[in-house]
Design a protein around this ligand. Structure first.
Ligand code: ARG
Length: 567
């Protein structure tokens, strides 16, 4: 339900009827219950323009507000706010209408777009580490969200499979005669270290590694085969992580750096034709207005750079994939890179002016001491190890709660452990750094996945006590806790739209926290299972609980987090 849009129309009409001209009307959520459900704060701005007393204008507007249907009451407050209360009858009808709707009342975008989401993008020379967690899960959430709202989403995994280090790695692969399938590649981190030792210790090996770089680039069959087997093994590691995380990326979504190689000379030609290239110390550069440092697109020795590949990628995504919006879910520290690359792509007409280009940046995961997250001896933490540890810890913290069968316990621990890691990350404003804490993320209290999963399971256990066929009837909103809970549930669509525009998963988690907190209050004051409750009331409460469970489930679905019927 697009409640804000409805209220905007009502205020627009009131202003028109009151003969007041105004554009961009913004309705906001009331910050406190005593301010009603929503507020219109725009009168102050109007008053300035009209040079009139804001309270007088607000009073005039209020007289023209049509309160039939959705609105119960409007009031002028403070220096000229208009506070709006919604009608319980209206809320009841809207909530009842969506109890059995599998989209929980959420519509589709009216003009759907083709959106490319570039996320995860691990480097194939190494194993995925915690730094790749954020891109992978924020990107996946965004993809789920836009898909749900009706956009055509194209997931792109821009893996780093090209560069000089691959010469060293495949030379070592050949020397070990492993063909990419053995135990040795189980730990890519170790394999890389061992290869580096060889590289530093043997001149002959180092020469071969360098020779192999040139050979892969010129398409040598033998070297390419070795390279491919190495990439396959490395991608296999990533897929193991994706599957544990429940992230939807597949091999079909991989569009690696190497994919763009054939296009790189053309990128240089295009920039040349557009008069954007400058030769500086033998390197080809683009100087942009407002930037001190140029962007190098081809080195003196002919080698191309990260930015060159991204330019080719932008052109491909805009022209071949025909995207209207292209989102890069990449570490905030690459902000300058993306600003520059976007500016060049537009200036060179590689991307049409109307295409929206967005860097969806995110901060760093820190340890308790506020330092980037590392192992005790300062090494990188492999993502797979972190996820396994999450499941072990989740198991320890839930196993005493009930007499679970082994299978049940394993399943719940998986859902809870992985959910905790994902939720803890997604619930932070993505631009901030955050402190990784096992205790906090595995808590039953507060804004955690467990709190949401537990509420969901609890509702399921209540519903199980009834024959589902018998739960039929209206949601009747009769008190403040029901009013607030139902209204929050009906805000689902407005929330998802906001999250999709800002590309902020935490908008969804904060909302979910509000829903569940309101549900707990409702459940405390409006018991369901107690005896002596009128049938109609009991059904209404059951329906509201069922609707709450649907919102929890759908929100967690979008966040890529699973639920269980029992915790
Ligand atoms: N491989 C890069 C890294 O680990 C991320 C790639 C992001 N995508 C892109 N099109 N540049 O930093």
């Amino acid at each position: 339900m697009k409640i804000k849009l409805k209220l905007t129309r009502i205020i627009e009409n009131a202003l028109k009827d009151a003969d007041i001209k105004a554009d961009d009307i913004v309705i906001s959520d009331a910050t406190k219950p005593e301010f009603g459900d929503y507020q219109f704060n725009g009168v102050m701005k109007l008053a300035k323009i009209l040079k009139q007393n804001p309270r007088q204008i607000a009073t005039r507007v209020i007289e023209h507000i049509d309160t039939t249907g959705i609105i119960k009451k409007v009031e002028v407050a403070g220096p000229g706010f208009i506070n709006i209360w919604l009608d319980n009858g209206w809320l009841s009808a809207q909530a009842t209408a969506i109890v059995n709707d599998d989209r929980v009342g959420v519509g589709y975008f009216s003009s759907n777009q083709k959106v490319v989401i570039d996320y995860s993008g691990p480097n194939m020379a190494k194993q995925m580490h915690v730094g790749h967690l954020r891109s992978t899960i924020i990107g996946d959430t965004l993809a789920n969200l836009l898909e749900f709202l009706g956009d055509e989403v194209i997931r792109q995994n821009h893996i780093g499979d090209w560069g000089t280090q691959f010469g060293m790695l495949i030379a070592y692969l050949e020397e070990r005669d492993t063909d990419g399938n053995t135990q040795e590649l189980k730990d890519l981190e170790q394999f890389y270290k061992d290869a580096k030792v060889r590289f530093d210790q043997s001149q002959e090996f180092a020469n071969k590694a360098r020779e192999y770089v040139v050979k892969i680039q010129s398409g040598d069959r033998h070297c390419l085969r070795l390279w491919q087997s190495f990439i396959d093994a490395s991608l296999g590691h990533c897929e193991e992580v994706y599957s544990k995380l429940g992230v939807k990326l597949t091999r079909d979504d991989v569009r690696a750096e190497s994919f763009y190689n054939p296009q790189l000379p053309k990128v240089i030609q295009t920039l040349e034709k557009q008069g954007l290239l400058t030769l500086s110390d033998g390197a080809k550069c683009v100087f942009l207005e407002d930037w001190d440092t140029p962007v190098i697109v081809q080195k003196g020795d002919g080698g191309y750079l990260y930015a060159t590949t991204d330019l080719a990628g932008l052109e491909f995504r805009a022209k071949e994939l025909k995207a209207n919006r292209i989102c890069y879910v990449v570490d905030a520290r690459q902000g300058q890179h993306f600003k520059q690359v976007f500016a060049i792509a537009k200036q060179a007409n590689m991307v049409n002016e109307s295409v929206k280009l967005e860097h969806i940046g995110f901060g760093t995961m820190m340890d308790k001491g506020g330092k980037p997250f590392k192992t005790r001896d300062g090494g990188v933490i492999k993502l797979i190890d972190l996820l396994d540890e999450a499941v072990v810890r989740a198991k320890a913290s839930i196993k005493e709660r009930d007499a679970y069968s082994q299978e049940e316990l394993d399943n719940i621990a998986n859902v809870v452990g992985i959910g905790a890691v994902k939720y803890a990350d997604l619930s932070i404003n993505r631009e901030s750094n955050y402190i990784f804490s096992w205790d906090k993320m595995l808590s039953f209290e507060g804004n955690t996945s467990l709190y949401m999963q537990y509420a969901y399971a609890r509702i399921q256990s209540i519903l199980r006590k009834y024959n589902q066929e018998e739960i039929k009837g209206d949601i009747i909103i009769s008190d403040e806790t029901e009013h607030r809970l139902a209204l929050m549930i009906l805000k689902f669509e407005d929330t998802l739209i906001k999250a999709s525009i800002d590309a902020t998963p935490h908008t969804i988690t904060s909302y979910l926290y509000d829903v569940v907190t309101l549900f707990m209050k409702f459940y405390e004051s409006n018991p369901i299972l107690k005896g002596g409750i009128e049938e109609e009331i009991k059904i209404s409460r059951l329906q509201l609980a069922k609707l709450t469970a649907s919102v929890i489930k759908k929100s967690l679905d979008i966040l890529g987090i699973r639920v269980v019927d029992k915790i």
